[in-house]
Design a protein around this ligand. Structure first.
Ligand code: SF4
Length: 237
């Protein structure tokens, strides 16, 4: 019997990156994405979560989106983002359980929904390189949302919140409070094309790599793998 493969929308998105490495993908799939020596500061997800509270708090109070998100609307409400245990989809044809945790789901006036993902980052050339991953991630969320009856999805968007850190802003008296200081964020919204058809070839590729009994070769020319091999000479067997 086929072993079920559990994969998040974001990890599936890595299969769409130009620098995709099958060996890294195999290792991540086999270790359930818990690779050793990975340190990721939690502050970014805290700020993403804060952004979500800011948006929901505004909608609760005003019944509409804040001005900086206007291009996503008009809306009638938001859907409280489901816990990841409630936002997953069995894909029996591929033996895959697709999972996700959308940052934001907005109910639009036409009855459809918009799914958004918050990024605490400046929109730079490097972010641009990661765009294929984020596009797949959001389309995976759209697939889960529609198949799990959250509603018809009509819009996807990335919302970048860039910290405003220049010296002039930092010198403003308004940023100070008795117990600390505030940081301002500048927001830009990037629409993402809704195209769930692009997911099927990635499901097939993920399944193929997961089913390999041993890790496939890495990305040609990857300096990290060369370093790892040289390190192995130092490890006693
Ligand atoms: S080739 Fe590079 S990216 Fe691939 S497994 Fe090796 S270190 Fe990772």
């Amino acid at each position: 019997m086929m072993e079920n493969l559990r994969i998040s929308g974001k990890n599936l998105g890595e299969f769409a990156l130009p620098e995709f490495c099958p060996r890294c993908a195999w290792l991540k799939l086999k270790t359930h994405n818990r690779l050793p020596y990975q340190i990721f500061p939690g502050i970014f997800s805290s700020i993403d979560s804060y952004t979500k509270h800011v948006v929901h708090g505004w909608i609760d109070k005003h019944g509409d989106l804040p001005t900086w998100l206007y291009k996503l609307g008009p809306i009638i409400d938001y859907i409280p983002p489901p816990h990841h245990s409630q936002f997953q989809l069995e894909l029996p044809n591929y033996g895959i359980l697709l999972t996700g945790a959308p940052d934001g789901m907005l109910k639009l006036v036409d009855g459809t929904i918009a799914i958004i993902d918050y990024k605490t980052a400046k929109y730079t050339a490097n972010q641009d390189k990661l765009l294929p991953m984020y596009e797949v991630q959001l389309n995976a969320y759209a697939l889960i949302a529609e198949r799990r009856d959250f509603g018809e999805v009509s819009k996807l968007a990335l919302v970048y919140a860039e910290p405003v850190t220049d010296a002039e802003t930092a010198a403003q008296p308004t940023i100070h409070s008795p117990d600390g200081f505030a940081m301002q964020f500048s927001v830009s919204v990037h629409p993402v094309e809704l195209n769930m058809d692009r997911l099927a070839p990635l499901f097939i590729r993920a399944r193929e790599i997961f089913d390999l009994p041993t890790p496939p070769p890495g990305r040609p020319g990857c300096e990290d793998c060369a370093r790892l091999h040289s390190l192995l000479n130092w490890i006693p067997r």
